[in-house]
Design a binder for this molecule. Structure first.
Ligand SMILES: *Cc1c(COP(=O)(O)O)cnc(C)c1O
Length: 366
């Protein structure tokens, strides 16, 4: 059996450290705020090469709070890639802002810079740079557009912990950036968790206040905020796992390179192309094939789990039937019928990759 994700195996490997830290949080009743949360925020800020990190309840909240902190006029337009998880666009609408979908890059499946240029209007205020599958967006090209049109950049780094653009960590480029620690992400908690990173002190203070009832201290509330906090248990667990993240990331990259090498001669599948600038952390390793459904089933019968990210482009979801772009022709629509995520992660070995590849090749021979 080759699993898509194996969190119980990961836990077994670091069990004593995790159990010990959980016990400490409970012994100290450090459930909300406190030293474990502060320590994780400091360590994660350092990891992302930024001065500020604010722990929040999940990656979707992180996006909502980041958008709220920018204080945009109602109806402002936010550019979001058509191929992403719905949280990217949901957060925009929930802030009373307007989602404008852009198409995908045909090689790496991140957002298309060309299509952004087509979609910028006088109401555009933000570009949401989703570093999809752990592949960074073209931050220099985005910076040029942002400067020219006076736009903010929010990085959605939910799939890209530790990814780099030109040797610099994602989460440190935009005005503000967001992370998810959903259990299956490259750095995952044992429940929900998220974070906001930024170089901007003002936005950092604003986000921290929004996430904690608009508070400056226990009894002073400057404005109405909300409750979205990373809790002590999750922070303590994340602190332990953060130490292992660089190694786990290297393993992902090596396994991805192994897939790329072993599959390069298979003419029935299209491999992802990594841009020169990217240190991709392969939250997902996504191939394309016209026979996606049949291949998925075949691999499943051989005990190999795969995933689809995402089967339907955002504008085609029922949730966006109201949207004027629901009927727009996009490359994303066509691609989303062919994408297949192969198993990848520190739970796998090169031998496992060989088995996956052998079975993919077998499928196309039969
Ligand atoms: C997982 C994910 C989110 C949402 O994170 P949650 O912690 O599940 O709320 C947002 N954006 C992208 C691209 C994601 O993959």
């Amino acid at each position: 059996m080759i699993k898509f994700l194996n969190l119980s195996m990961q836990y077994q490997n670091i069990k004593s450290e995790i159990d010990e830290t959980i016990q400490s949080v409970i012994d100290e009743s450090a459930f909300i705020g406190g030293k474990y949360v502060r320590a994780f925020e400091e360590n994660f800020a350092k990891y992302c090469e930024v001065p500020y990190c604010i722990g929040v309840a999940n990656g979707t909240d992180a996006l909502e709070i980041a958008l709220e902190s920018l204080n945009l006029p109602k109806g402002s337009e936010v550019i979001v890639p058509a191929n992403s998880f719905i949280a990217s666009s949901e957060a925009v609408t929930r802030q009373g802002l307007k989602v404008v979908f852009v198409d995908i890059d045909t090689q790496s499946y991140i957002l298309s810079i060309d299509d952004i240029t087509n979609k910028i209007t006088k109401n555009t205020k933000v570009i949401m740079a989703v570093h999809l599958y752990g592949h960074s967006c073209d931050m220099d090209a985005l910076a040029v557009l942002a400067k020219k049109h006076n736009l903010f950049i929010i990085e959605d780094c939910a799939q890209a912990h530790g990814a780099e653009y030109k040797n610099k960590k994602v989460g440190s480029f935009g005005d503000i950036a967001t992370f998810s620690f959903y259990p299956g992400k490259n750095l995952g908690a044992y429940g929900d968790g998220g974070a906001i990173t930024t170089n901007n002190e003002h936005l950092a203070t604003k986000c921290r206040m929004i996430a904690n009832h608009g508070r400056t201290d226990k009894y002073n509330h400057e404005f109405e905020g909300r409750n979205s906090r990373l809790d002590g248990l999750q922070a303590a667990i994340l602190n332990v796992k953060l130490k292992y993240l660089p190694n786990w990331t290297e393993q992902r990259i090596q396994l991805a390179n192994y897939y790329l090498d072993l599959l390069k001669d298979n003419e029935n599948i299209i491999l992802p192309i990594r841009k020169k600038w990217a240190k991709q952390v392969y939250h997902l390793f996504v191939i394309r094939t016209e026979q996606r459904e049949a291949l998925k089933l075949f691999l499943q019968e051989k005990g190999i789990q795969t995933g689809i990210h995402y089967p339907i482009a955002l504008p085609k979801l029922n949730a966006y039937q109201y949207h004027q772009q629901a009927k727009e022709e996009m490359i994303a629509n066509e691609y989303n019928g062919t994408l297949l995520s192969l198993p990848i992660g520190e739970h796998l070995t090169k031998k496992d990759i060989e088995i996956v590849v052998k079975n993919i090749n077998l499928f196309f021979v039969e």
